[in-house]
Design a protein around this ligand. Structure first.
Ligand SMILES: *Cc1c(COP(=O)(O)O)cnc(C)c1O
Length: 388
């Protein structure tokens, strides 16, 4: 069912991608496990005009999720890939070739940097990192062979906000395409294509999946970039498994209400942390004290549940003591699930956006637990770190 833009976000999340009449009235689409698709006769097989032709090229299950993402992102088409990392690498492979130059934000997700520094460089692509606060100043870095500007806002782990409209305006004028890793905001809180971005990337593993049990990625493109993105997807064979696609479609139904709770709890804890002993700074874009607050307020309609805070001093010893004292916050990678997580951030790979932090940086994913329990847990951790 396709709903109109004017319908509320939770209304759309409840219905997008579903077409019950196409499946005997069942509310949800079937999970189609498929490699082979049969043709009724040789003529149809040779004509290339049967809707489904092979498992790697799409099924009613992948179509349902792609259609839902197109509705949320306002995109012309969406590919679904096996992980969030694949949602980064496939579009970069699609739009870059030997001799091209790519600009990547320095606060990018770590594995994106690893891919750029190893494979892209190995293929002869010139990789350059830029300051997340560069804004329209990016024009000074644009070269005649700059094909892609890769953005991520807020940045991974340190949450620098990028002026996406300003960057996109420069890139468009210079003929480069703009990609954005939009995982933090989800399309519920930010719609990149409405701000000049050409390709919006999601680790659907995070909030869309929402339960720490699925890996999946989506890449949504505007009309201009869709064909090239889709061709690369088919060429690479990076299709996702049907059960995972179904789980993410299922996750979307509750993503709006989950995000409301993640947002509310995370903001409450972020505000509270600002007044706690041992805490120098809280890196959450929706706090008025954050340097990116004005951009966040201008462009985003909400904030998710992931942010960091900085100790007033100390090092690994204090960070370990904090982490080891936590009871409800699990120590683990990824985020976007129902449960809270904590991790000490490493900024060792940064070349520009190193920040000037007086102590360890701790990233928190605020889950759906009761906020008073989470606060008590964090207060215990801070006490154990002994910085107060
Ligand atoms: C987690 C993450 C990814 C990668 O997602 P996986 O599904 O874990 O591969 C990509 N980008 C960002 C910003 C992420 O946080």
């Amino acid at each position: 069912m396709t709903t109109k833009r004017k319908d509320g976000i939770n209304t759309r999340l409840a219905h997008i991608g579903n077409d019950p009449r196409a499946f005997y009235g069942f509310v949800n689409p079937p999970v189609v496990h498929a490699s082979t698709v049969l043709f009724p006769d040789a003529e149809t097989m040779k004509s290339h005009n049967q809707k489904y032709t092979y498992g790697t090229r799409g099924t009613p299950t992948t179509d349902a999720l792609a259609e839902a993402m197109d509705e949320l992102e306002g995109s012309a088409g969406t590919i679904i890939v096996p992980s969030g990392l694949a949602a980064v690498t496939v579009p970069l492979l699609a739009f870059l070739a030997a001799g091209d130059h790519v600009l990547i934000v320095d606060s990018v997700y770590g594995p994106t940097r690893r891919f750029a520094d190893s494979m892209l460089k190995g293929f002869g692509v010139e990789v350059e990192y830029y300051d997340p606060h560069i804004g329209s100043g990016i024009s000074a870095l644009m070269k005649s062979n700059t094909k892609v500007v890769f953005t991520e806002s807020p940045g991974s782990n340190t949450f620098e906000m990028q002026d996406i409209p300003a960057i996109a305006a420069v890139a468009r004028q210079k003929g480069a395409i703009v990609m954005m890793d939009n995982t933090w905001a989800t399309p519920v809180f930010f719609r990149p294509l409405e701000h000049g971005v050409d390709i919006s990337i999601h680790a659907a593993t995070k909030y869309p999946g929402g339960h720490s049990d699925v890996l999946l990625g989506t890449v949504s493109a505007n009309e201009n970039c869709w064909k090239r993105l889709h061709d690369a997807f088919i060429t690479l064979g990076t299709c996702a498994g049907p059960d995972d696609v179904y789980q993410v479609l299922r996750g979307l139904r509750t993503m709006g209400v989950r995000l409301e709770r993640h947002q509310e709890s995370a903001l409450e804890i972020a505000h509270w942390l600002e007044g706690q002993p041992g805490v120098a700074q809280v890196l959450h874009p929706a706090l008025p004290s954050h340097p990116g607050y004005e951009i966040w307020k201008r462009d985003f309609s909400g904030a998710s549940g992931l942010f960091s805070f900085v100790f007033t001093g100390g090092g690994d010893h204090e960070a370990n003591a904090f982490l080891n004292a936590l009871k409800f916050f699990g120590l683990g990678y990824s985020w976007g699930g129902f449960e809270s997580l904590a991790v000490q951030v490493s900024l060792a790979d940064r070349t520009i956006a190193k920040g000037n932090y007086p102590g360890p940086v701790i990233r928190l994913q605020i889950g759906l637990e009761d906020v008073e329990d989470l606060k008590a847990d964090i207060a215990n951790g801070l006490k154990a770190a002994g910085l107060g």
